[in-house]
Design a binder for this molecule. Structure first.
Ligand code: ZN
Length: 97
């Protein structure tokens, strides 16, 4: 733990359970009482509420261009397919049995 490299730190970042973004501490969302919420990022969760009240499909549509931009997918279609497989593993989108 005491000899963490920059890379290991990256891997230990918390992932926003709504959009899948790795978060730095200053990107944590906020609860209603102003405390920070490390489950969701500040873009998704603000003052105890989701910033976008959207469906998982809408979230995929919104995030897909960033995946292409970041080089994680070649086309928007490929990005959407990837995110549609990934997002349902996140807490916000988990299908409740
Ligand atoms: Zn988020």
């Amino acid at each position: 733990m005491e000899h963490q490299t920059q890379n290991q730190k990256q891997e230990n970042l918390k992932i926003c359970q709504s959009c899948g973004m790795p978060m730095q501490a200053e990107q944590y969302g906020t609860n209603q009482d102003g405390s920070s919420n490390d489950k969701y990022c500040c873009y998704c969760f603000k003052d105890g509420e989701f910033a976008q009240k959207c469906t998982v499909e809408e979230m995929v549509e919104f995030c897909a261009p960033f995946e292409v931009e970041g080089g994680r997918a070649k086309t928007k279609e490929e990005a959407k397919k990837m995110l549609m497989a990934y997002f349902p593993t996140l807490e916000r989108w988990k299908v409740k049995a």
